[in-house]
Ligand binder design. Sequence first.
Ligand code: EPU
Length: 422
Amino acid sequence: MDSILVTGGGPLNGQIPIAGAKNACLTLMPATLLSEEPLTLTNAPRLSDIKTMTLLLQSLGAEVSSLQDGQVLAMSSHDLTSHVADYDIVRKMRASNLVLGPMLARLGQAVVSLPGGCAIGARPMDLHIHGLEALGAEIELKDGYLHAKAPKGLKGAVIKLSFASVGATENIMMAATLAKGTTVIKNAAREPEIVDLADCLRKMGAQIEGDGSPDITIQGVDRLHGATHQVVTDRIELGTYMLAPAICGGEVELLGGRIDLVGAFCEKLDAAGIQVTETDKGLKVSRRNGRVKAVDVVTEPFPGFPTDLQAQMMALMCTAEGTSVLEEKIFENRFMHAPELTRMGARIDVHGGHATVTGVERLKGAPVMATDLRASVSLILAGLAAEGETVVSRVYHLDRGYEHVVRKLSGVGARIERVRDQ
Ligand code: EPU
Protein backbone atom coordinates (compact mmCIF):
# COMPACT_ATOMS: atom_id res chain seq x y z
CA MET A 1 0.00 0.00 0.00
CA ASP A 2 1.30 3.45 -0.91
CA SER A 3 2.10 6.04 1.72
CA ILE A 4 2.61 9.81 1.78
CA LEU A 5 5.86 11.30 3.02
CA VAL A 6 5.58 14.85 4.35
CA THR A 7 8.53 16.93 5.52
CA GLY A 8 7.42 19.78 7.74
CA GLY A 9 8.65 23.15 6.73
CA GLY A 10 8.07 26.79 6.08
CA PRO A 11 5.18 28.83 4.80
CA LEU A 12 3.02 27.92 1.81
CA ASN A 13 2.35 30.38 -0.98
CA GLY A 14 0.45 30.21 -4.27
CA GLN A 15 -2.84 28.91 -5.57
CA ILE A 16 -4.77 25.64 -5.20
CA PRO A 17 -7.65 24.80 -7.54
CA ILE A 18 -10.66 23.28 -5.77
CA ALA A 19 -12.46 20.37 -7.42
CA GLY A 20 -16.15 19.55 -7.73
CA ALA A 21 -17.69 18.10 -4.57
CA LYS A 22 -17.30 14.38 -3.97
CA ASN A 23 -20.47 14.22 -1.91
CA ALA A 24 -22.49 16.16 -4.49
CA CYS A 25 -21.20 14.02 -7.35
CA LEU A 26 -21.99 10.81 -5.46
CA THR A 27 -25.65 11.79 -5.22
CA LEU A 28 -25.88 13.36 -8.68
CA MET A 29 -24.63 10.18 -10.36
CA PRO A 30 -27.51 7.96 -9.12
CA ALA A 31 -29.94 10.64 -10.38
CA THR A 32 -29.19 9.25 -13.85
CA LEU A 33 -31.25 6.18 -12.86
CA LEU A 34 -34.37 8.37 -12.77
CA SER A 35 -34.45 9.01 -16.51
CA GLU A 36 -34.13 7.14 -19.79
CA GLU A 37 -32.33 10.15 -21.25
CA PRO A 38 -28.62 10.99 -20.75
CA LEU A 39 -27.32 12.95 -17.76
CA THR A 40 -23.93 14.63 -18.10
CA LEU A 41 -21.99 15.99 -15.14
CA THR A 42 -19.15 18.48 -15.58
CA ASN A 43 -16.58 19.52 -12.95
CA ALA A 44 -16.56 15.96 -11.56
CA PRO A 45 -13.73 15.20 -9.11
CA ARG A 46 -11.19 12.47 -10.00
CA LEU A 47 -11.57 10.12 -7.04
CA SER A 48 -11.76 6.43 -6.28
CA ASP A 49 -15.25 6.88 -4.77
CA ILE A 50 -16.44 8.18 -8.15
CA LYS A 51 -14.97 5.06 -9.76
CA THR A 52 -16.84 2.91 -7.23
CA MET A 53 -20.13 4.66 -8.02
CA THR A 54 -19.36 4.22 -11.74
CA LEU A 55 -18.96 0.46 -11.21
CA LEU A 56 -22.18 0.29 -9.23
CA LEU A 57 -24.20 2.13 -11.89
CA GLN A 58 -22.65 -0.03 -14.62
CA SER A 59 -23.61 -3.15 -12.66
CA LEU A 60 -27.23 -1.94 -12.90
CA GLY A 61 -26.96 -1.56 -16.67
CA ALA A 62 -26.26 2.17 -16.86
CA GLU A 63 -23.63 3.44 -19.27
CA VAL A 64 -21.05 5.72 -17.66
CA SER A 65 -18.21 7.25 -19.66
CA SER A 66 -15.47 9.25 -18.06
CA LEU A 67 -14.35 12.03 -20.44
CA GLN A 68 -11.91 14.96 -20.36
CA ASP A 69 -9.54 13.33 -17.92
CA GLY A 70 -12.40 12.32 -15.64
CA GLN A 71 -13.91 15.79 -15.24
CA VAL A 72 -16.94 14.95 -17.37
CA LEU A 73 -19.17 11.99 -16.66
CA ALA A 74 -21.55 11.11 -19.47
CA MET A 75 -24.24 8.73 -18.20
CA SER A 76 -27.24 7.01 -19.67
CA SER A 77 -29.71 4.71 -17.96
CA HIS A 78 -31.77 3.93 -21.04
CA ASP A 79 -31.71 0.19 -20.48
CA LEU A 80 -31.36 -0.87 -16.88
CA THR A 81 -30.62 -4.58 -16.57
CA SER A 82 -30.51 -5.11 -12.80
CA HIS A 83 -32.07 -3.65 -9.65
CA VAL A 84 -29.57 -5.22 -7.22
CA ALA A 85 -26.81 -3.19 -5.54
CA ASP A 86 -24.40 -5.90 -4.46
CA TYR A 87 -22.77 -6.09 -1.03
CA ASP A 88 -19.31 -6.25 -2.63
CA ILE A 89 -19.72 -2.69 -3.92
CA VAL A 90 -21.89 -1.23 -1.14
CA ARG A 91 -19.51 -2.33 1.63
CA LYS A 92 -16.71 -0.33 -0.05
CA MET A 93 -18.72 2.86 -0.08
CA ARG A 94 -21.74 3.76 1.97
CA ALA A 95 -22.97 6.32 -0.56
CA SER A 96 -23.94 3.33 -2.73
CA ASN A 97 -27.23 3.38 -0.81
CA LEU A 98 -28.20 6.45 -2.86
CA VAL A 99 -29.33 4.19 -5.71
CA LEU A 100 -32.23 2.94 -3.56
CA GLY A 101 -34.64 5.87 -4.01
CA PRO A 102 -34.03 6.36 -7.75
CA MET A 103 -34.33 2.62 -8.61
CA LEU A 104 -37.50 2.28 -6.59
CA ALA A 105 -39.03 5.30 -8.32
CA ARG A 106 -38.03 4.29 -11.85
CA LEU A 107 -38.33 0.48 -11.69
CA GLY A 108 -40.78 -0.05 -8.82
CA GLN A 109 -38.23 -2.31 -7.14
CA ALA A 110 -34.73 -2.25 -5.68
CA VAL A 111 -32.54 -4.63 -3.73
CA VAL A 112 -29.74 -2.83 -1.97
CA SER A 113 -27.26 -4.27 0.48
CA LEU A 114 -27.27 -2.65 3.92
CA PRO A 115 -23.89 -0.93 4.18
CA GLY A 116 -23.05 -1.93 7.75
CA GLY A 117 -20.96 0.21 10.08
CA CYS A 118 -17.83 2.11 9.16
CA ALA A 119 -14.79 3.63 10.85
CA ILE A 120 -16.68 6.75 11.95
CA GLY A 121 -19.83 5.19 13.38
CA ALA A 122 -22.76 2.77 13.09
CA ARG A 123 -24.58 4.81 10.43
CA PRO A 124 -27.96 3.08 10.18
CA MET A 125 -30.48 3.61 7.34
CA ASP A 126 -33.70 3.81 9.33
CA LEU A 127 -34.51 7.35 8.17
CA HIS A 128 -34.12 6.40 4.49
CA ILE A 129 -36.38 3.37 5.06
CA HIS A 130 -39.10 5.24 6.98
CA GLY A 131 -39.14 8.00 4.36
CA LEU A 132 -39.50 5.61 1.43
CA GLU A 133 -42.14 3.58 3.31
CA ALA A 134 -44.10 6.78 3.83
CA LEU A 135 -44.08 7.13 0.01
CA GLY A 136 -45.73 3.72 -0.18
CA ALA A 137 -42.75 1.40 -0.62
CA GLU A 138 -42.73 -1.99 1.06
CA ILE A 139 -39.28 -2.68 2.46
CA GLU A 140 -38.03 -5.91 4.00
CA LEU A 141 -34.60 -6.88 5.27
CA LYS A 142 -33.47 -10.32 4.02
CA ASP A 143 -29.95 -11.77 4.01
CA GLY A 144 -28.39 -8.39 4.71
CA TYR A 145 -30.21 -6.79 1.78
CA LEU A 146 -33.07 -4.27 1.76
CA HIS A 147 -35.74 -5.57 -0.60
CA ALA A 148 -37.89 -2.61 -1.62
CA LYS A 149 -41.02 -2.74 -3.77
CA ALA A 150 -43.55 -0.23 -5.00
CA PRO A 151 -45.55 -2.20 -7.55
CA LYS A 152 -48.22 0.48 -7.88
CA GLY A 153 -45.71 3.33 -7.89
CA LEU A 154 -44.83 5.79 -5.13
CA LYS A 155 -47.28 8.31 -3.68
CA GLY A 156 -46.43 11.74 -2.26
CA ALA A 157 -46.52 12.17 1.53
CA VAL A 158 -45.46 14.49 4.33
CA ILE A 159 -42.27 13.08 5.89
CA LYS A 160 -40.76 14.52 9.05
CA LEU A 161 -37.16 13.44 9.56
CA SER A 162 -36.19 13.04 13.22
CA PHE A 163 -32.67 14.11 12.23
CA ALA A 164 -31.69 16.19 9.17
CA SER A 165 -29.89 13.30 7.46
CA VAL A 166 -28.13 14.22 4.23
CA GLY A 167 -28.46 10.78 2.62
CA ALA A 168 -32.08 10.25 3.67
CA THR A 169 -33.06 13.68 2.32
CA GLU A 170 -31.33 12.84 -0.99
CA ASN A 171 -32.88 9.39 -1.35
CA ILE A 172 -36.39 10.62 -0.50
CA MET A 173 -36.06 13.71 -2.72
CA MET A 174 -35.00 11.62 -5.74
CA ALA A 175 -37.76 9.05 -5.17
CA ALA A 176 -40.40 11.77 -4.75
CA THR A 177 -39.63 13.37 -8.12
CA LEU A 178 -41.47 10.50 -9.85
CA ALA A 179 -44.12 9.88 -7.14
CA LYS A 180 -47.78 10.72 -7.68
CA GLY A 181 -48.72 13.98 -5.95
CA THR A 182 -46.87 16.18 -3.50
CA THR A 183 -44.16 15.22 -1.02
CA VAL A 184 -42.99 17.51 1.76
CA ILE A 185 -39.74 16.63 3.57
CA LYS A 186 -39.72 18.37 6.95
CA ASN A 187 -36.49 18.88 8.89
CA ALA A 188 -34.65 18.18 5.62
CA ALA A 189 -30.89 18.50 5.42
CA ARG A 190 -29.80 21.93 4.11
CA GLU A 191 -26.30 21.07 2.86
CA PRO A 192 -25.11 22.72 -0.39
CA GLU A 193 -24.98 19.22 -1.91
CA ILE A 194 -28.78 18.96 -1.41
CA VAL A 195 -29.28 22.27 -3.23
CA ASP A 196 -26.97 21.06 -6.01
CA LEU A 197 -28.98 17.84 -6.38
CA ALA A 198 -32.25 19.82 -6.47
CA ASP A 199 -30.77 22.15 -9.14
CA CYS A 200 -29.81 19.16 -11.28
CA LEU A 201 -33.19 17.43 -10.80
CA ARG A 202 -34.97 20.67 -11.79
CA LYS A 203 -32.90 20.72 -15.00
CA MET A 204 -34.20 17.18 -15.58
CA GLY A 205 -37.78 18.44 -15.24
CA ALA A 206 -38.45 17.82 -11.54
CA GLN A 207 -40.58 20.26 -9.56
CA ILE A 208 -38.80 21.01 -6.31
CA GLU A 209 -39.02 24.02 -4.00
CA GLY A 210 -37.50 24.91 -0.66
CA ASP A 211 -34.14 23.12 -0.97
CA GLY A 212 -31.64 24.82 1.30
CA SER A 213 -34.43 25.29 3.90
CA PRO A 214 -35.79 22.70 6.38
CA ASP A 215 -38.96 22.15 4.28
CA ILE A 216 -38.54 20.75 0.77
CA THR A 217 -41.64 20.36 -1.40
CA ILE A 218 -41.59 18.04 -4.39
CA GLN A 219 -44.43 17.84 -6.88
CA GLY A 220 -44.14 14.47 -8.63
CA VAL A 221 -43.96 14.36 -12.44
CA ASP A 222 -44.50 11.45 -14.88
CA ARG A 223 -40.99 11.39 -16.27
CA LEU A 224 -37.67 13.18 -16.10
CA HIS A 225 -35.54 14.06 -19.11
CA GLY A 226 -31.84 14.46 -19.86
CA ALA A 227 -29.67 17.34 -18.61
CA THR A 228 -26.15 18.66 -18.22
CA HIS A 229 -25.09 19.89 -14.79
CA GLN A 230 -21.93 21.35 -13.25
CA VAL A 231 -21.02 19.82 -9.87
CA VAL A 232 -20.80 22.41 -7.06
CA THR A 233 -17.40 23.22 -5.50
CA ASP A 234 -16.18 20.81 -2.84
CA ARG A 235 -16.54 22.79 0.41
CA ILE A 236 -14.65 20.14 2.38
CA GLU A 237 -11.66 20.10 0.04
CA LEU A 238 -11.85 23.91 0.17
CA GLY A 239 -11.83 24.00 3.97
CA THR A 240 -9.05 21.42 4.13
CA TYR A 241 -6.72 23.45 1.92
CA MET A 242 -7.68 26.69 3.70
CA LEU A 243 -6.12 25.09 6.76
CA ALA A 244 -2.78 24.51 5.01
CA PRO A 245 -1.56 28.16 5.21
CA ALA A 246 -3.35 28.47 8.56
CA ILE A 247 -1.12 25.73 9.96
CA CYS A 248 2.11 26.49 8.06
CA GLY A 249 1.90 30.26 7.56
CA GLY A 250 2.02 31.98 4.18
CA GLU A 251 -0.79 32.99 1.86
CA VAL A 252 -2.76 30.66 -0.40
CA GLU A 253 -5.57 31.45 -2.82
CA LEU A 254 -8.20 28.73 -3.20
CA LEU A 255 -9.47 28.93 -6.75
CA GLY A 256 -13.24 28.50 -7.01
CA GLY A 257 -13.68 28.91 -3.24
CA ARG A 258 -16.95 30.49 -2.04
CA ILE A 259 -17.53 31.93 1.40
CA ASP A 260 -21.20 30.84 1.48
CA LEU A 261 -20.05 27.20 1.38
CA VAL A 262 -17.85 27.54 4.48
CA GLY A 263 -19.44 30.32 6.60
CA ALA A 264 -19.35 28.66 10.04
CA PHE A 265 -15.85 27.34 9.39
CA CYS A 266 -14.60 30.85 8.42
CA GLU A 267 -16.00 32.28 11.67
CA LYS A 268 -13.83 29.82 13.62
CA LEU A 269 -10.78 30.60 11.47
CA ASP A 270 -11.30 34.30 12.15
CA ALA A 271 -11.49 33.69 15.90
CA ALA A 272 -8.28 31.65 15.65
CA GLY A 273 -6.47 34.55 13.96
CA ILE A 274 -6.63 33.41 10.35
CA GLN A 275 -7.48 35.96 7.71
CA VAL A 276 -9.86 34.99 4.89
CA THR A 277 -10.60 37.40 2.05
CA GLU A 278 -12.74 37.02 -1.05
CA THR A 279 -10.99 37.55 -4.39
CA ASP A 280 -12.35 37.51 -7.92
CA LYS A 281 -11.07 33.94 -8.32
CA GLY A 282 -11.97 32.47 -4.92
CA LEU A 283 -10.75 32.89 -1.35
CA LYS A 284 -7.36 33.97 -0.06
CA VAL A 285 -6.17 32.70 3.32
CA SER A 286 -3.25 33.92 5.40
CA ARG A 287 -2.18 33.68 9.01
CA ARG A 288 -1.89 36.86 11.02
CA ASN A 289 1.28 37.32 13.07
CA GLY A 290 1.92 35.00 15.99
CA ARG A 291 0.48 31.65 17.02
CA VAL A 292 -3.02 30.52 16.17
CA LYS A 293 -5.47 30.91 19.06
CA ALA A 294 -7.43 28.00 20.50
CA VAL A 295 -11.14 27.99 19.60
CA ASP A 296 -13.93 25.60 20.58
CA VAL A 297 -15.82 23.79 17.84
CA VAL A 298 -19.15 21.92 17.80
CA THR A 299 -19.99 19.97 14.65
CA GLU A 300 -23.54 20.36 13.38
CA PRO A 301 -25.57 19.90 10.21
CA PHE A 302 -25.18 22.73 7.66
CA PRO A 303 -25.03 25.70 8.14
CA GLY A 304 -23.12 24.66 11.28
CA PHE A 305 -19.48 23.61 11.45
CA PRO A 306 -19.12 20.46 9.28
CA THR A 307 -18.11 17.15 10.80
CA ASP A 308 -16.06 16.55 7.66
CA LEU A 309 -13.69 19.38 8.73
CA GLN A 310 -13.42 18.39 12.40
CA ALA A 311 -10.28 16.23 12.05
CA GLN A 312 -8.49 18.89 10.00
CA MET A 313 -9.47 21.62 12.51
CA MET A 314 -8.10 19.43 15.27
CA ALA A 315 -4.75 19.36 13.47
CA LEU A 316 -4.75 23.18 13.56
CA MET A 317 -5.70 23.27 17.23
CA CYS A 318 -2.78 20.94 18.10
CA THR A 319 -0.35 23.86 17.75
CA ALA A 320 -2.69 26.64 18.90
CA GLU A 321 -2.09 28.81 21.94
CA GLY A 322 -4.37 27.54 24.70
CA THR A 323 -6.90 24.74 25.08
CA SER A 324 -9.79 23.99 22.76
CA VAL A 325 -12.72 21.60 23.01
CA LEU A 326 -14.00 19.92 19.87
CA GLU A 327 -17.44 18.38 20.22
CA GLU A 328 -18.57 15.83 17.62
CA LYS A 329 -22.36 15.73 17.34
CA ILE A 330 -22.83 13.92 14.00
CA PHE A 331 -20.76 10.71 14.24
CA GLU A 332 -20.10 8.97 17.54
CA ASN A 333 -16.72 7.54 16.66
CA ARG A 334 -15.02 10.27 14.69
CA PHE A 335 -11.90 10.87 16.79
CA MET A 336 -9.74 8.03 15.43
CA HIS A 337 -7.20 10.62 14.27
CA ALA A 338 -6.61 11.78 17.87
CA PRO A 339 -4.31 8.88 18.90
CA GLU A 340 -2.36 9.29 15.66
CA LEU A 341 -1.92 13.03 16.25
CA THR A 342 -0.81 12.17 19.79
CA ARG A 343 1.99 10.09 18.25
CA MET A 344 3.19 13.35 16.71
CA GLY A 345 3.37 15.03 20.13
CA ALA A 346 -0.14 16.49 20.28
CA ARG A 347 -1.88 16.70 23.68
CA ILE A 348 -5.43 15.41 23.17
CA ASP A 349 -7.83 13.94 25.67
CA VAL A 350 -10.91 12.26 24.20
CA HIS A 351 -13.90 11.67 26.48
CA GLY A 352 -17.13 10.59 24.82
CA GLY A 353 -18.08 13.00 22.09
CA HIS A 354 -15.54 15.64 23.21
CA ALA A 355 -11.85 16.06 22.51
CA THR A 356 -9.85 18.52 24.58
CA VAL A 357 -6.75 19.73 22.76
CA THR A 358 -3.99 21.62 24.51
CA GLY A 359 -1.78 23.28 21.95
CA VAL A 360 1.97 22.60 21.84
CA GLU A 361 4.65 24.82 20.23
CA ARG A 362 5.52 22.30 17.52
CA LEU A 363 4.49 18.81 16.50
CA LYS A 364 7.12 16.20 15.66
CA GLY A 365 7.06 14.00 12.57
CA ALA A 366 6.19 10.30 13.05
CA PRO A 367 4.86 7.30 11.15
CA VAL A 368 1.06 7.45 11.42
CA MET A 369 -1.88 5.55 10.01
CA ALA A 370 -4.96 6.91 8.28
CA THR A 371 -8.24 5.45 9.56
CA ASP A 372 -10.69 7.27 7.31
CA LEU A 373 -10.72 9.91 4.64
CA ARG A 374 -10.79 13.08 6.74
CA ALA A 375 -8.48 11.60 9.39
CA SER A 376 -5.88 10.90 6.71
CA VAL A 377 -5.79 14.46 5.45
CA SER A 378 -5.64 15.83 9.00
CA LEU A 379 -2.43 13.82 9.47
CA ILE A 380 -0.99 15.33 6.31
CA LEU A 381 -1.83 18.85 7.54
CA ALA A 382 -0.22 18.05 10.89
CA GLY A 383 2.82 16.67 9.07
CA LEU A 384 3.21 19.90 7.10
CA ALA A 385 3.54 21.80 10.36
CA ALA A 386 5.68 19.22 12.19
CA GLU A 387 9.41 19.10 12.68
CA GLY A 388 10.95 16.35 10.55
CA GLU A 389 9.31 13.63 8.50
CA THR A 390 5.81 12.17 8.77
CA VAL A 391 4.80 9.06 6.88
CA VAL A 392 1.05 8.58 6.49
CA SER A 393 0.17 5.02 5.57
CA ARG A 394 -3.08 3.54 4.20
CA VAL A 395 -3.37 6.27 1.61
CA TYR A 396 -6.29 4.59 -0.13
CA HIS A 397 -8.53 6.48 2.28
CA LEU A 398 -7.15 9.74 0.92
CA ASP A 399 -7.66 8.69 -2.70
CA ARG A 400 -11.37 8.35 -1.98
CA GLY A 401 -11.83 12.08 -1.49
CA TYR A 402 -8.82 14.21 -2.48
CA GLU A 403 -7.68 14.36 -6.10
CA HIS A 404 -4.00 15.10 -6.85
CA VAL A 405 -3.23 15.93 -3.23
CA VAL A 406 0.55 15.77 -3.74
CA ARG A 407 0.40 17.96 -6.85
CA LYS A 408 -1.89 20.52 -5.19
CA LEU A 409 0.17 20.87 -2.00
CA SER A 410 3.60 20.76 -3.64
CA GLY A 411 2.31 23.48 -6.00
CA VAL A 412 2.23 25.89 -3.03
CA GLY A 413 5.64 24.83 -1.73
CA ALA A 414 4.87 21.88 0.54
CA ARG A 415 7.44 19.08 0.73
CA ILE A 416 5.24 16.10 0.09
CA GLU A 417 5.59 12.95 -2.01
CA ARG A 418 3.82 9.69 -2.59
CA VAL A 419 5.90 6.66 -1.78
CA ARG A 420 4.84 3.78 -4.01
CA ASP A 421 4.66 0.34 -2.49
CA GLN A 422 7.29 -1.88 -4.13
N1 EPU B 1 -28.37 8.53 10.57
C1 EPU B 1 -29.26 7.67 11.18
N2 EPU B 1 -30.18 7.04 10.39
C2 EPU B 1 -30.25 7.21 9.04
C3 EPU B 1 -29.32 8.10 8.43
C4 EPU B 1 -28.39 8.74 9.22
O1 EPU B 1 -29.24 7.49 12.39
O2 EPU B 1 -31.12 6.61 8.40
C5 EPU B 1 -27.35 9.18 11.40
C6 EPU B 1 -25.93 8.72 11.02
O3 EPU B 1 -25.61 7.53 11.65
C7 EPU B 1 -25.09 9.89 11.48
C8 EPU B 1 -25.99 11.10 11.23
O4 EPU B 1 -27.33 10.58 11.14
O5 EPU B 1 -24.82 9.79 12.83
C9 EPU B 1 -25.66 11.86 9.96
O6 EPU B 1 -25.80 11.04 8.84
P1 EPU B 1 -26.20 11.61 7.40
O7 EPU B 1 -27.24 10.69 6.85
O8 EPU B 1 -26.50 13.05 7.47
O9 EPU B 1 -24.85 11.40 6.61
P2 EPU B 1 -24.59 10.59 5.29
O10 EPU B 1 -25.58 10.98 4.26
O11 EPU B 1 -24.41 9.16 5.59
C10 EPU B 1 -23.07 12.48 4.31
C11 EPU B 1 -21.68 12.55 3.74
C12 EPU B 1 -20.67 12.39 4.86
C13 EPU B 1 -20.90 13.51 5.88
C14 EPU B 1 -22.35 13.46 6.38
C15 EPU B 1 -22.69 14.58 7.35
C16 EPU B 1 -22.00 11.67 1.52
C17 EPU B 1 -21.71 10.61 0.54
N3 EPU B 1 -21.51 11.51 2.75
O12 EPU B 1 -23.18 11.19 4.89
O13 EPU B 1 -19.38 12.53 4.28
O14 EPU B 1 -20.02 13.38 6.95
O15 EPU B 1 -23.26 13.53 5.25
O16 EPU B 1 -22.49 15.80 6.75
O17 EPU B 1 -22.63 12.66 1.19
C18 EPU B 1 -17.06 12.29 4.12
O18 EPU B 1 -17.12 12.86 3.01
O19 EPU B 1 -15.95 12.08 4.69
C19 EPU B 1 -18.29 11.87 4.77
C20 EPU B 1 -18.32 10.97 5.75
